[in-house]
Design a binder for this molecule. Structure first.
Ligand code: AMP
Length: 289
């Protein structure tokens, strides 16, 4: 595996790979790699000849009071894991190379990026869309792979790719979970043992409860959300940001559950904000953009 830090060198590598007929997959990450990231990298190989993984803690997507400074960084460990996952190039640009002095452009995807995490974290999806657009230009992938764990992010990227006529395929990958259901996340390492064993499971349990109620015939979002909120609140040390039923693609709130419905949740476990989501019924094929 090669590690490339300079955007110009990355772009040169991609141009040469494309010129020799290779197809490229990009897996954007912020590092602190876990099995969820590694599954996306493995999927990259099923979709393209070469896999580029980017590792960039993007300052633009963090709010002023968020965890940019303490976000876990471990380049040595990440390099070993990415190499083992068969990544061909690890792209590790410094922030100064991505946002040199004078950088002023932002990409805002309206509607789909406005609610949920977009409402709780103003500017977050603008930061995400901007960095992903830059990565798409630098790496020029044929396929880009994103996790469904960040379903709103996936929806924002799909919308951007469609709206800007980008010639690439966005692939969503199912959420990878721990044995007890907790969605893998770099932020899980902020949790104490006690939080990890108890309240952190509130999101998964909320999703399971909603699925059970839907399977038993309940389709009214309001009643489902109420039941999920009560279930999460039953765990000490949780604070609900949102627990809302939305269309998986538009992120619009739905009154009645159908095959496009996901339950999306963001919950504070002490100082750590976790998100999770899942379809409530066996889903409709979302297709690719
Ligand atoms: P992050 O490093 O958290 O920005 O995540 C990088 C990519 O990995 C994003 O596309 C995430 O959606 C994806 N990802 C993170 N956690 C998981 C998970 N548990 N399962 C599947 N994909 C994930």
């Amino acid at each position: 595996m090669e590690t490339i830090a300079s955007p110009a060198a990355m772009s040169g590598w991609s141009k040469a790979a494309r010129a020799s007929g290779r197809t490229l997959a990009l897996v954007p990450t912020m590092g602190a790699l876990h099995a969820g990231h590694l599954a996306l990298m493995a999927a990259g190989h099923r979709h393209a000849d070469r896999v580029v993984a980017s590792l960039f803690v993007n300052p633009l997507q963090f709010g002023a009071n968020e965890d940019l400074e303490r976000y876990p960084r471990d380049l040595t460990r990440d390099t070993a894991l990415a190499a083992k996952a068969g990544v061909d190039v690890l792209f590790t640009p410094p922030a100064a190379a991505m946002y040199p002095p004078g950088h002023r452009t932002r990409i805002r995807v309206e509607g789909v990026g406005a609610g949920l995490c977009g409402a709780s974290r103003p500017g977050h999806f603008e930061g995400v869309a901007t960095v992903v657009a830059k990565l798409f230009h630098i790496v020029a992938p044929h396929v880009a792979i994103f996790g469904e764990k960040d379903r709103q992010q996936l929806a924002v990227i799909r919308r951007m790719v469609q709206d800007l006529d980008w010639d690439l395929t966005v692939v969503g990958h199912p959420t990878v979970r721990e044995a007890d259901g907790l969605a893998m996340s770099s932020r899980n390492r902020y949790l104490s043992d006690e939080q990890r064993r108890g309240p952190a499971l509130a999101l998964w349990q909320g999703l399971q409860l909603a699925r059970q109620l839907v399977a038993a015939g309940e389709t009214a979002s309001e009643r489902l959300e109420e039941a999920v909120r009560a279930s999460i609140a039953g765990h000490r040390g949780t604070r609900i940001d949102y627990a809302t039923i939305v269309d998986q693609e538009t992120m619009d709130r739905q009154q009645i559950v159908d095959r496009r419905s996901i339950l999306a949740m963001a919950v504070w476990i002490g100082e750590t904000r976790l998100i999770d989501n899942g379809l409530l019924l066996p889903g409709e094929e979302q297709g690719r953009s």
